[in-house]
Each structure stands twice: as C-alpha cells, then as structure tokens.
Write a protein that binds this ligand. Structure first.
Ligand code: 1HN
Length: 345
C-alpha cells in the first residue's frame, strides 16, 4: 500500500529557503510527478494532421521561403499536448512535412539523430545517402541514419512532399543533437541497394569473411513491394491483421536503433484493436479511409493524413475502405532499454 506523501507546504519556510539556497529540494513532494503509480502519465495527446489542410500551407511556404533560406523546408507537426510550435509529435518522435520544388536541392549534412522519409506525393525526388542515390516514389520509406551524409534533390516537374520522422526529441533531451554541413555529394552511378544487392527478400550478397556487411545495407524500401507483400499476407491471413516490420536485410533487426516502422493493411470494414503498448506511435495513411479511436477520441482519417497515439493508449482501428498505414514507433529504443510492455485490452 502507498502512504500519502508529505507536501512542500508542510515544511517550515526557513527550512525550504535554506534548501533552495543550498541548491537542493526534498524529493517526497515531487516523487509522484516523476514516478506515478502503475502507468506513466503522458503529456502527449492524440494528434491528427489532415493533409488537405497542411498541403496548401506547405505549398505556400514554397512561395514565401526559398529553399536556400530554409535548409529544409518543413512544417513541424506539433503534439497537441505540448502546443503549437512543439518540435515533437510524441515524447520520442519528431514528425515534419517537407516540400521540395522542381530543380531545388537541399544541401548535404549529417547529424546525430536518425531520420526516415515516407513519400507522400510527387515524382522525381531523391535523397542521396553517403553517395547512394535513393529514388523517392510514393509510399517509399527511405532511411537517413544518424551520422550518414544526406542531401535531397528533385529531377521532376511537380512538387515533391514527404513525411520526415526523426528521433530528434531524444537527442535534444540528451543534449546530443548537432549537425555538420557540406556541399552536395557526388552520386555513385548505380541503382540503390534495394534494386541490386537486396532485390529479392531472402537473398543477400554472399558472405565473405573479409567483408563486413554495411551497418545500413539497404536504405530504401520501395512501397510497391511492401504493398504486394501485405496483400498476400491479408489474402492468406485468416482475417488476422496483415502487418510487416521494416527490417535490416542482413541482421533481421529493426532498421534503426531507436525508431521502428510497421506497415499494415486493413481490408474494407476490418477492425483491429492492438494491446496497449508502452510505445508512443505515429500513423501515416498511405492509402484508404477509416476511423481510429485513441483513448476515446475518434480520428476520421483519409489517405496522406497523419495521426498519433500516446503511450499505453487504447487504439481501435476501423477501415471504411481498404487501407494501408505505416506505424512509426519507438519499440526498438524500448527493447534496448528493456522495458517494452504490452497490456491486453
Ligand atoms: C533534417 O535533417 C531533415 O535532412 C529534415 O531532410 C527535417 C528536422 C530536424 C532536424 C534535422 C532532412 C529535420 C532535419
């Protein structure tokens, strides 16, 4: 049983003043703020960012701010629990919507946080990571892991928009976030590894003792393959939710140390109620329409929308059309910290 803890007001004022002057404070009045009973008390609130509302505002940013004055032309999706301007969608996940116009480039830099792009619309965009040119087609997932040089370019003739997901809040919290800038990179004249070395799942370049596989062997996950795979899973899944994790093809581990990505397919009319999870999450709708209730709050979503769920939220999906979602979460981090937990509904 837990006793009621003493308050600050119960302590004599001169004692409190002496503590403050000594640069110290009693723990017990503050204990439950940092250690609530039974489950965390998240500051994060469910968010819903409608693409139809943000798209014109992002295109307007394209008129108002040349890319040279932005470095990255991005609208940040702020957690409603932290308020407009918050540089995070959940405690651990930053999400932004980035615009690149035809002919524009965004200069090379590398930084400590890792990023992932999910392409929302447009043809001809690409990201170069450590010299490898990664085409960006709708729904593709493209990694720019921490410490790797990356720049963006655009060979097409219509705006390209993608969603950025970064583990930035963690790095800010750790006072570990910084970037190094450089010129655009020279591009190797070959297709990316998803088209060459890792063209077929289950096949990887022959092992040679002298050659260690790269830490991030495949940095582009073409949507076309993901959708095909999900459709087959759904077809033979006995009504179970079709879900696939994005994994490193050499190790089978999550693609990044902190953030994880799961693609899911819901058939028309399908419902899904995952267990409550200790992770926070952001859902991006690649295709479809539906409603997701998050801790009692209904989010009516359509293609290209983004919405979020705090830790331990009760999440109930209901697709009103055949739908594909990408779930961005922080289970890899929580696995590493050994506290990931699921609670049955
Ligand atoms: C970044 O490097 C990119 O490279 C986008 O496209 C958004 C937000 C915060 C910090 C770094 C990019 C970012 C970012």
């Amino acid at each position: 049983m837990s006793a009621k803890l003493g308050t600050l007001e119960e302590l004599p004022q001169d004692y409190r003043d002496a503590l403050s002057e000594a640069g110290a404070a009693p723990l017990w009045p503050m204990m439950r703020n940092v250690l609530p009973h039974d489950a965390p008390r998240p500051a994060t609130r469910p968010g819903h960012w409608e693409y139809s509302r943000l798209r014109p505002l992002l295109l307007k940013a394209g008129e108002l701010t040349p890319v040279e004055k932005a470095e990255r032309r991005v609208l940040v999706l702020s957690d409603p629990g932290r308020g407009a301007g918050a540089m995070q969608a959940t405690a651990s996940i930053y999400i932004g919507l980035q615009l690149l116009l035809p002919g524009e480039t965004a200069p090379a830099h590398k930084h400590t946080p890792s990023a992932v792009r999910i392409v929302v619309e447009g043809k001809g965009g690409y990201t170069v990571v450590d010299g490898e040119k990664l085409p960006m087609e709708e729904g593709d997932l493209v990694l720019t892991p921490g410490g790797e040089w990356h720049d963006h370019g655009h060979d097409g003739d219509e705006p390209v928009i993608w969603l950025d997901a970064l583990d930035l809040p963690l790095f800010v919290y750790l006072e570990g976030s910084y970037a190094v800038e450089s010129e655009l990179q020279a591009q190797r004249n070959r297709p990316d590894a998803s088209q060459v070395e890792y063209r077929a799942s289950g096949l990887a370049p022959a092992r040679r003792p002298a050659i260690q596989p790269r830490r991030y062997p495949m940095m582009r996950y073409p949507w076309k393959r993901t959708e095909e795979a999900l459709r087959e899973m759904a077809r033979y899944g006995n009504g179970e939710l079709a879900e696939l994790d994005y994994v490193n093809p050499e190790t089978g581990e999550d693609v990044l140390p902190t953030m994880g990505f799961t693609a899911m397919m819901l058939r028309k009319g399908q419902k899904a109620s995952p267990p409550r999870r200790s992770t926070s999450g952001v859902f991006h709708v690649v295709k479809g329409t539906g409603t997701t209730t998050i801790d009692g709050q209904a989010v009516d979503w359509k293609a290209k929308d983004t919405f979020s769920a705090p830790v331990f939220a009760a999440v109930d999906h209901h697709a009103t059309q055949e739908s594909f979602l990408v779930h961005i979460h922080d289970r890899p981090l929580q696995d590493r910290l050994r506290y990931y937990e699921e609670r049955p509904r």
